[in-house]
Design a protein around this ligand. Structure first.
Ligand SMILES: C[S@@+](CC[C@H](N)C(=O)[O-])C[C@H]1O[C@@H](n2cnc3c(N)ncnc32)[C@H](O)[C@@H]1O
Length: 214
């Protein structure tokens, strides 16, 4: 797993400079509505953003008055994320580290959230078990994802081709992801179709929130 991490994180560091350019089509006010609805607006709830990248989710959630911290193994992404946080006047805690080996005790968080992250996991079962471990009983994993489609339909490769072809969730649908959560011991899992206008350009692939309860 360590070797995989280093391959992807080096490549991801190289890509961080233009990551936002390629992802600046999201409507953050509409996203905040979705976050409020799905996680609630409880200031004391502890929410942790795995694979936080440039802090897309953690910043919006903090802007809603609920501080969220995040982890990512690509330093380049976190540097840009901290610049965003300063520009937007919010304080978000960033950590350099592995989404599949979180430096927290069992039963720490009310919610573990992520976006555009599931497809990057080489060992999703290990990641799901780790997220479940740090969730409090009854806590929720909430992962925002667009079904990726076949590799040749998209052009967002972040790692060597031979690694990408081994990613189990690279081109599965939302039902298969909920099944994978159930297989990792979550009590329940569902896929929630999100409004189309979260993204400001016409887009064929809708966003889903994959929700699992510990
Ligand atoms: C497609 S980006 C999404 C970033 C952010 N969540 C967003 O929606 O803008 C995926 C992020 O996951 C990070 N990542 C991938 N695998 C990881 C792992 N095992 N541990 C920590 N970070 C990881 C990458 O460095 C990258 O920043």
């Amino acid at each position: 797993m360590g070797q995989y991490s280093s391959i992807v994180s080096v490549k991801r560091n190289e890509l961080s400079a233009n990551f936002d350019e390629r992802h600046a089509v999201e409507d953050s006010e509409k996203w905040k509505e979705v976050l409020k609805k799905l996680i609630g607006k409880d200031e004391i709830a502890s929410v942790f953003d795995v694979e936080t990248g440039t802090d897309f989710l953690a910043i919006m959630r903090t802007e809603l008055g609920c501080k969220s911290d995040g982890i990512d193994f690509a330093e380049g992404m976190l540097i840009i994320g901290s610049q965003h946080a300063v520009e937007r006047g919010v304080e978000v805690g960033f950590q350099l580290g592995e989404a599949v080996n979180l430096p927290y005790p069992d039963n720490t968080f009310d919610a573990v959230i992520s976006s555009r992250a599931l497809w990057t996991l080489l060992y999703p079962d290990k990641a799901f078990q780790e997220w479940k471990r740090v969730l409090k009983p009854g806590g929720m994993v909430l992962s925002f994802t667009r079904t990726q489609g076949k590799k040749d339909e998209v052009n967002n490769s972040v790692c060597a081709d031979e690694t990408e072809s081994r990613l189990p969730l690279r081109s599965v649908n939302e039902i298969e992801i909920t099944q994978a959560l159930m297989n990792s011991g979550f009590k329940s899992a569902e896929a929630i179709l999100l409004p189309k206008d979260l993204i400001s350009i016409e887009d064929i692939k809708p966003w889903f929130a994959i929700k699992g309860i510990k």
